[in-house]
Design a protein around this ligand. Sequence first.
Ligand code: NDP
Length: 288
Amino acid sequence: MTATLINGNALSKIIRADVAARAAALAQQGCRPGLAVLLVGDDPASAVYVRNKIKACEEHGLHSSCDRYPADLSEAELLARIDALNRDPAIHGILVQLPLPAHINSHKVIEAIAAAKDVDGFHIANAGALLTGRPSFRPCTPYGVMMMLQAAKIPLSGASAVVIGRSNIVGKPMALLLLEAGATVTICHSKTRDLASYTRAADIVVAAAGQRNVLRADMVKPGATVIDVGMNRDETGKLCGDVDFESVKEVAGHITPVPGGVGPMTITMLLVNTLTAAEQAYAQRLPS
Ligand code: NDP
C-alpha cells in the first residue's frame, strides 16, 4: 500500500488565495498589512528563507521590508531597530531570522518584539498563551502542520502522537498544539531511549529532528500519519527531510513530502499571522 500524500503546495495555494483576498479588503480600507524581516549575517540558508518570505508577501498583497545587517551588528543596534519597528504603524509583523550570531542574545531580541507584532509566535507572551490555552500567534511551522492534519481529516482527539524534537520553535509548540487538539502526546529527543518503541505505537508521528532517516519504515505503525518537518541536504546537495520517504510511504496511511510539504505551509502561516496582526491593529484603531 502507498500512503496518501498531504500536499503542502496545494493546501498553501488555497490558504494564500484567502490571505490575498483578505489583504486586498483591508488595503481598500487604507490598511496594507506590513511585515518587517531582519536578517543578520550571511548564512546562505537564512538568506534563502528570507527571500522566499519576502516574495510570498509581495505575491499576496502584503507590504514587506527587509533589513540586512553584517554579522558584526551589535545587539544594541538590533534592539534599537526593533524598537523603531514596534512603533511603526505601517508594520504589523516583525520577524528576526534565526539563528543570530553568537554575540547576540536571541531571547533578549525576541522579547524586544511587541507581542502583538510577533508573527513568528516565539515571544514568551505568545508561548505562554499557547501553553495556557489562550489566543496567540502560533509558531508558523507547527501551525502549518495542524492545518495539514485538519485538511487531510486526520482524527486528532484521542489519537496517539509522537513529536521527535523538543526545540522552542518546532517540537514544543507542535506538542502543545496536538495536546490542545486532544491527542495523547509524547515528545522524543536525542536522549530518548529506543525511539522506535514510541513511534511504532503512534497514530501520528511528526519528525522535527534535523537528522536524515530518523524515521524508517520499521519504526512506523501501518496506516499512521507521518509529517516530515526536517530540512536536510543529502550527499548530492538535494533537499530532503528527516523521514526515509521511499520506505515509509509503503507503510504509512498519510505522509508529507520534502520538498512540497511543511516548508511552503510555514511561509503560508507567516502570511496568515501577519494578516491577522494587521486586522487586529486595524480593529483597534476604529472607534467602538
Ligand atoms: P533543533 O536542532 O533546534 O532541534 C532538533 C531537535 O531534535 C532537538 O530537540 C534534538 O534533541 C532532537 N533530535 C536530534 N537528533 C535526534 C535523534 N537522532 N533522535 C531523536 N531526536 C533527535 O532544530 P529545529 O527544531 O529548529 O528544526 C528541526 C528540523 O526542522 C530541522 O531540520 C530544520 O531545518 C527543520 N525546520 C523546517 C521548517 C520548515 O518550514 N519545514 C521550519 C523550521 C525548522 P535534543 O534537544 O536532545 O538536542
